[in-house]
Design a protein around this ligand. Structure first.
Ligand code: ADP
Ligand code: MG
Length: 367
């Protein structure tokens, strides 16, 4: 068991990278603490598998270091790293029984009595609901069952530094998927192993993980609890990717009076405004989640005139589209609240309106 540190890590599959776009992993610093249940979340192609393979040793990073408890691992081959990795598609021995498949990692490692092996295999089979299949040949199993065996092979060893799951439930049907994810969480609690679970599904990430690393274009743009990612997106991509739909964004103009949009100043804190000014950047965005926008018919200082252009009924709530100058803002309201017919006004309650410069969150310093 160990803490896994990625130090000034970067990786390009190209021998002569000519710019950032040639890097699958762009320079990053990151620590996975011992015993954490983590999700590595991001869209296809953002570098999730590359990052896992660098940790397990299947890929040697072109720059930077992988440290386990402070010790450099770069040159150590995968089999010496004590990492269990579970892939998208099952990796099992078809001709062996389920029992022998599960026992294999322990026999291979050596030093266990057959009795100890049986105990461990039964424990894992029990958790994965494979107890009735132990004597079957692996080739006769369904795709789901094969993947469970594959996961079981990662779980039998107690000595592992970490278990890395690379979208392991892709081939599994939704009902079972949900149960398996719960099981993984139980296993995590029982064995206190560091787990990194790769997925592109935010729901899967937040039901499994205590903390999510959100990856975008080869970088971890935010590492936090599901709540932190929702309430305080550190990067516009986090705002966009988390939530359904994601954050509303619009681009104000910086004037002497402040941030202007659609003919009105949109107030933000003095300190934030100062930071925006001193950045010198003209890539400025305001962001607010549909859940936090208020909708009504009042007029007032910090209310902005809009037109309601669409209402979608989603059962317990409605998603309302309003036209705000040149953009459509989405507003989520409870089903029992009336939706104004056409002319309406929206408001941006103070803590929820976020300011981004060059896609990064700008905040007032904490007092
Ligand atoms: P993810 O798992 O998030 O979908 P990957 O780590 O597989 O992302 O890929 C990240 C980037 O690296 C992508 O642009 C992909 O095309 C590229 N890539 C992945 N594996 C290789 C490889 N073996 N050789 C060259 N490029 C690769
Ligand atoms: Mg992948």
């Amino acid at each position: 068991m160990a803490e896994i540190t990625l130090k000034t890590l970067a990786h390009s599959y190209s021998k002569k990278p000519s710019g950032p776009e040639d890097y699958a992993i762009r320079k990053m610093e990151h620590v996975w603490h011992q015993g954490g249940a983590y999700a590595l979340l991001g869209p296809s192609g953002c570098g999730k598998s590359t990052l896992l393979n660098i940790i397990s040793g299947l890929v040697t990073p072109s720059e930077g270091d992988v440290l386990f408890d402070g010790k450099r691992m770069n040159e150590l081959p995968p089999e010496k790293r004590n990492i269990a990795q579970v892939f998208q598609f099952p990796v099992i021995y078809d001709t062996m029984t389920v029992y022998d498949n599960l026992a294999f990692p322990l026999r291979n490692q050596g030093g266990f009595s057959e009795e100890k092996i049986r105990e461990k295999v039964q424990e894992v089979a029990d958790v994965l609901e494979l107890s009735g299949e132990l004597q079957r040949k692996a080739k006769n199993l369904s795709a789901d069952q094969k993947q469970k065996v594959s996961m079981g092979r990662g779980l039998v060893r107690e000595d592992v530094t970490a278990i890395l799951f690379d979208e392991p439930l892709t081939v599994i049907d939704p009902q079972l998927k949900w149960r398996l994810r719960r099981k993984l969480k139980q296993i995590h609690q029982r064995f206190d192993i560091t787990m990194v679970y790769v997925t592109h599904d935010q729901l899967e990430a937040s039901t499994f993980a205590d903390k999510i690393a959100l990856m975008y274009e080869g970088q971890i743009v935010q590492f936090g609890t599901p709540q932190e990612l929702f309430e305080r997106p550190a990067h516009t991509f986090v705002g966009y990717f988390i939530g359904s739909p994601g954050m509303n964004f619009f681009e104000p103009r910086l004037t002497d009076e402040g941030l202007m949009f659609n003919g009105k100043v949109i107030p933000v804190s003095k300190q934030v405004l100062e930071k925006v000014r001193s950045s010198g950047s003209d890539n400025i965005k305001l962001g607010i989640r549909p859940e936090f926008v208020t909708l009504g018919t009042d007029t007032g200082e910090q209310l902005y005139e809009v037109l309601v252009t669409g209402v979608e009924d989603l059962g317990t709530y409605r998603m309302v589209d309003v036209e705000f100058g040149s953009v459509t803002v989405k507003v989520r309201i409870p089903e029992d609240k009336p939706v104004p017919a056409e002319a309406a006004s929206i408001g941006f309650p103070e803590p929820w309106l976020k300011v981004y410069v060059d896609e990064r969150l700008v905040e007032a310093d904490h007092e």
